[in-house]
Ligand binder design. Structure first.
Ligand code: ZN
Ligand code: ZN
Length: 354
């Protein structure tokens, strides 16, 4: 039986176009004890492939984390299939605000050690002992409370283009760094402050809240379903939106606009901008913020060096890449010294602490 993709991205894009049907961009996660991740992986692949589901799914002994593109016509059948798996019955689905039929072009179901790379040793605490889940309405109330410390559990390149008002946005590249930094900083306030956190879809907070409870924090809250679910709720219930800018997402769309505010700056000229570019040089692929005029001037590159490289014949570029190893700096943009206008988030963190 075919348990892997056999279409290229291009072939798939053509099929999606020919079908002319709307697709929904959906994500969900669930922490649960999974005895045989490989078996679940195959079961999901066979059934979802049949429903023309695409996306990136991680399955581990600790649970499942899925980012998907589902044909709108097959949504009911897909939901029915989820409900047929006992631990996924009625799992909360985050449905994206903006849809892109080409958000995913392959179905990749992978068995991993963890469903989120967290750098933690699981045996030290109980992931299911999570914080209090709050909905958008309660969250809006909580974050106005003077005893609340609001923390963005995402990485710096995510919070740079959008975050909740008054949130602490750690200047970190990884979840693990964030966990340590926040714990260190709030050491004195484990009992008197309310630690309220949020992330994109809730999965990182699920683990972080359990971690902080384990570390002795008494009042730990998390935004249920993350920013994605928050936006749906404020729209459906007519609540005040307290999120400014854009929500960074992990598919081809890169981000969803939530408010009209542009809170970031082009890393090359400093003008207001909040669109990420992947440097066009295959050997670089740096992810950074670039305005339209720099994009044009620089040919989608992060530096004049990269700009020169992409003008070389392809074979020459390939020869240059040889022996350089896997230089994947894609999310290291905050550490790219040649970009003059990258944001120094650590200063913001210092000010908010006071
Ligand atoms: Zn610019
Ligand atoms: Zn570059």
């Amino acid at each position: 039986m075919q348990l892997y993709n056999n279409l290229s991205n291009e072939e798939r894009a053509v099929l999606i176009e020919q079908a002319g049907k709307d697709r929904l961009t959906i994500s969900f996660y669930k922490y649960a004890k999974i005895g045989n991740p490989e078996l679940l992986r195959n079961h999901l692949f066979i059934n979802w492939n049949e429903l023309d589901v695409l996306g990136r799914i991680y399955v581990a002994h600790e649970g499942i984390n899925a980012q998907l593109s589902v044909p709108a016509d097959n949504f009911e059948a897909f939901k029915k299939h989820l409900d047929s798996i006992s631990f996924l019955e009625n799992v909360r689905l985050n449905i994206a605000i903006e849809h892109d039929n080409y958000a995913f072009l392959k179905l990749k179901v992978k068995v991993r050690n963890k469903i989120v790379a967290d750098g933690l040793n699981d045996d030290t605490f109980d992931v299911t002992n999570k914080g209090i889940h709050v909905n958008a309405e309660k969250f809006n109330e909580l974050i106005e409370d003077p005893d609340t410390v609001l923390v963005d559990m995402r990485n710096h390149y995510e919070s740079e283009i959008g975050h909740f008002k008054n949130a602490i946005t750690p200047d970190v590249d990884t979840f693990r760094e964030s966990l340590d930094l926040i714990e260190e900083d709030l050491r004195e306030h484990k009992e008197d402050k309310k630690l309220v956190m949020y992330c994109t879809g809730g999965i990182r907070c699920e683990k972080a809240s359990a971690y902080y409870k384990h570390k002795g924090f008494k009042n730990v809250y998390q935004l249920e379903g993350g920013i994605i679910n928050y936006v749906r709720q404020i729209e459906a219930e007519g609540l005040e939106n307290k999120f400014i800018g854009k929500n960074f997402v992990f598919d081809e769309r890169r981000s969803e606009r939530i408010s009209d505010d542009v809170i970031a700056n082009c890393h090359q000229c400093g003008e207001p901008a909040d669109l990420h570019t992947n440097c066009a040089n295959e050997a670089c692929h740096l992810l950074f913020i670039q305005c339209d005029s720099c994009k044009e001037k620089m040919d989608n590159c992060c530096s004049t060096n990269c700009q020169e490289i992409i003008k070389l014949p392809y074979e020459e570029q390939k020869a240059l890449r040889k022996g350089q190893g896997n230089s994947n700096h894609i999310f290291k943009k905050g550490r790219a010294d040649h970009l003059p206008y990258k944001k120094d988030l650590r200063n913001i963190f210092e000010t908010l602490k006071k």
